[in-house]
Write a protein that binds this ligand. Sequence first.
Ligand SMILES: C[S@@+](CC[C@H](N)C(=O)[O-])C[C@H]1O[C@@H](n2cnc3c(N)ncnc32)[C@H](O)[C@@H]1O
Length: 252
Amino acid sequence: MLPASECEHSQTMNRLKAALTSTGGLSYHYMALRYRSGLWRRFHENLNVLLCNWRHFSKEIILIGPSAGYSLSQEFLQTFEAIHIYDPDPLARWLFQRRFPRLPIHWSLNSPFFCPSTHSIQSLWRIRRQHPEAALLFCNVIGQWPLMEKVADSDIQEFVDQLHQVYTQSNWASFHDLFSGPSHWKKWSHIQQRQQVEFHSLEALKQFWKDTKGGPLTDHMTFKKFKSTNNKKHLIWPLTPRQIHIVEWAQG
Ligand SMILES: C[S@@+](CC[C@H](N)C(=O)[O-])C[C@H]1O[C@@H](n2cnc3c(N)ncnc32)[C@H](O)[C@@H]1O
């Protein structure tokens, strides 16, 4: 266990980061306001097909880092009798509640994950014990981990391996950034019309990126970390007209 003062400090830092950095907070809400109903729409539609087809058999769900729920549909969320949310962004909580006023939401600003990294594995066990009947969904947050703090490739691999162990059945899923970088949206729009894109190797992905004349790629350190190859899909998310994210869906 962390000493109380150290943990409080980490949680305060998490909230500050959530409010101010590019992985969430004000700039993210501004982008959502600008692009949600246009540029982001197809990505959200494709993602929600996967969410609605996810066979988890749970009446409760834990959402990690959903922000204001921009990428989640009412259709998906209303299937749950309890929704436990962990996201340190207070503005996201307010917006989520406004967007989905009738849903049974329980929000915690103290996230058990990535605070600090070394405690994330114990947090998987703890959260499983706290909500034993609930399915677990990481909402585009595992790929943000390397942007939030210094983390080794092996830490992420260990975390994902533990996730496979703690949640042995189909009751977990994650969508997360694999790679992102500057590229012109027009070069991608015809590809995004397809519901999913397959990248079987890093070379294939890099070639694809090169063909679109994209700039330097950010590696979110999640490529090939998840085992369940049958249940993995790749989606294209234009965050802005000049910033493309390749997002992976993985489920148990
Ligand atoms: C890139 S946004 C993803 C937002 C949302 N899932 C979506 O797809 O629109 C990352 C989110 O993770 C949240 N976050 C940051 N640190 C976190 C942590 N340690 N635990 C849980 N969520 C966190 C941020 O507040 C932000 O809402």
